[in-house]
Design a protein around this ligand. Structure first.
Ligand code: GLN
Length: 458
């Protein structure tokens, strides 16, 4: 089968099914021509990469040369970048075909994909439910096989939580593994990119392709990228799996609880040792995360001022408009409600008089949280926990209650705060037939062991 045939199959499937779930925001008109080029290379026996001809969908957060990159915001509704994000460039160099762009929450702020310029994404398992967020389009497109692979971003759970809600594999690598160059910034000290795909092996391979040092991102690590996909090994004999105490108290829905118990049983039967570990400061992960994320977002989003690029409000007599009004109108019209909420919260936290009480304090708690994780990893190799307390919720159910929405991130945000790699691996179905994933977290740069345990659970 040729690369062109594969792309054309996925393209047709995506075009006919997408209207039901709204995961894809735009298609790449050149996809088939690009696939043809791969076929030509193969015919000429030229070397092609490990992803030759594999159709990928890319979250709207990633800059894609010549393809609209909106961040699902009116602010960037017509933005067509002149370059590719490093992660996208590396996918393409490996032979992948970018088939289209994928829906998300505006500027990746949200847990349900309900805050989007392009409208709500529906969960393919039950179209009355959310797919999770903010990479809801990636998870939904992957779950319904509209793409062979997708990329998402994860600032506080945006890869792992939608992967859990949609029954696919999502990996957020160690902070610094994947370049953030060309990814629209939300909260720079937390943002990481990673794959949302159908199997642990696909995750290992695509992560391998996009990882590694990039001179354009000073926070990328110089560490060599292991051949994760080749070294995958489901043998967990003798491995210590830490059950996170903080995730097992109360709040869990019965199906999620059962999935966690069953996953532990499987690992125990395969020879792993289960130990209880504790990261007490996880109790404060949500407030600390929202403080830091909102603060960094308020600073990162200051660039959208209507002057350089992006949306600009219309004015009858531009030269007579005071600058403050110019910014106010532009930003007032360009940003959605959730983004404005975060900008206001972040600006407040960073303002003089409050900075030390909020931002500095949150940074201190974050540092202590890292130490507690390091302590926990002295007694285990990989930490196991639920991804969220429940399965996918109904569309509209939490949209008017931001706090309830934020609490959904209780088990995912600490991973980003500590810069650790984390993944969600599909494990079982709830009584209503909705997917349940298991979250695995490993120590910095120990993706391999995390992926191995993922494989054992898959
Ligand atoms: N739900 C979290 C938020 O709204 C996480 C989002 C993300 O990881 N991009 O900030």
């Amino acid at each position: 089968i040729s690369a062109k045939e594969v792309s054309s199959f996925f393209l047709k499937r995506a075009q006919s099914l997408n209207p039901r779930i709204n995961a894809i925001t735009s298609f790449n008109d050149h996809a088939l021509a690009e696939a043809e080029k791969i076929d030509e290379k193969i015919a000429k026996k030229e070397s092609v990469g490990p992803l030759a001809g594999v159709p990928f969908g890319i979250k709207e957060m990633f800059c894609t040369k010549g393809l609209k990159t909106t961040a699902a915001s009116k602010m960037l509704a017509n933005f067509v970048p002149p370059y590719d994000a490093t992660a996208v460039e590396r996918l393409k160099n490996a032979g992948a075909i970018v088939l289209g762009k994928l829906n998300q929450d505006e500027f990746a702020m949200g847990s349900s994909n309900e805050n989007s310029l392009h409208g709500v994404v529906r969960n393919p398992w039950d179209v009355t439910c959310v797919p999770g967020g903010s990479s809801g389009g990636s998870a939904a497109a992957q779950a319904s096989r509209l793409m062979a692979g997708t990329l998402g971003t994860d600032t506080g759970g945006s890869i792992r939580q939608p992967a859990h809600f949609c029954g696919v594999v999502g990996v957020k690598p160690t902070y610094g593994r994947v370049s953030r160059f060309g990814i629209i910034a939300y909260a720079s000290s937390l943002d990481q990119a990673g794959p949302i795909v159908s199997s642990v092996k696909d995750a290992a391979l695509s992560l391998e392709v996009i990882s590694g040092f990039d001179k354009n991102d000073g926070t990328t690590s110089q560490k060599a990228v292991p051949a994760w996909s080749k070294q995958l090994n489901e043998n967990v004999k003798g491995l210590k799996v830490g059950l996170l105490k903080q995730c097992m108290s109360g709040a869990l829905n019965a199906d999620v609880q059962k999935a966690v118990d069953n996953s532990l049983d499987i690992l125990k039967k395969s020879g792993a040792e289960i130990v209880e570990v504790s990261v007490p400061l996880i109790e404060y992960a949500v407030p600390v995360y929202y403080l830091i994320a909102a603060s960094e977002a308020s600073s990162n989003l200051a660039r959208y001022d209507g002057v350089k690029y992006g949306y600009r409000a219309e004015f009858k007599n531009l030269s007579a408009i005071p600058l403050e009004d110019f910014y106010g109108e532009t930003r007032g019209q360009g940003f959605g409600a959730e983004v404005k909420r975060r900008i206001m919260l972040g600006t407040y936290c960073l303002s003089s008089g409050y900075y030390d009480a909020y931002y500095t304090k949150a940074g201190q708690v974050r540092r202590l949280m890292v130490q507690q994780y390091q302590e926990a990893f002295k007694s285990c190799d990989v930490i196991l926990s639920p991804v969220t307390t429940s399965t996918a919720f109904k569309i509209g159910e939490r949209i008017s209650d931001p706090l309830a929405m934020y609490l959904n991130d209780i088990f995912t945000t600490s991973t980003n705060l500590a810069g650790l790699p984390g993944m969600s691996v599909p494990f079982s179905l709830s009584a209503e037939g909705l997917p349940i994933g298991i979250q695995l977290t490993a120590n910095h740069f120990d993706e391999q062991r995390m992926l191995n345990v993922g494989l054992a659970l898959e």
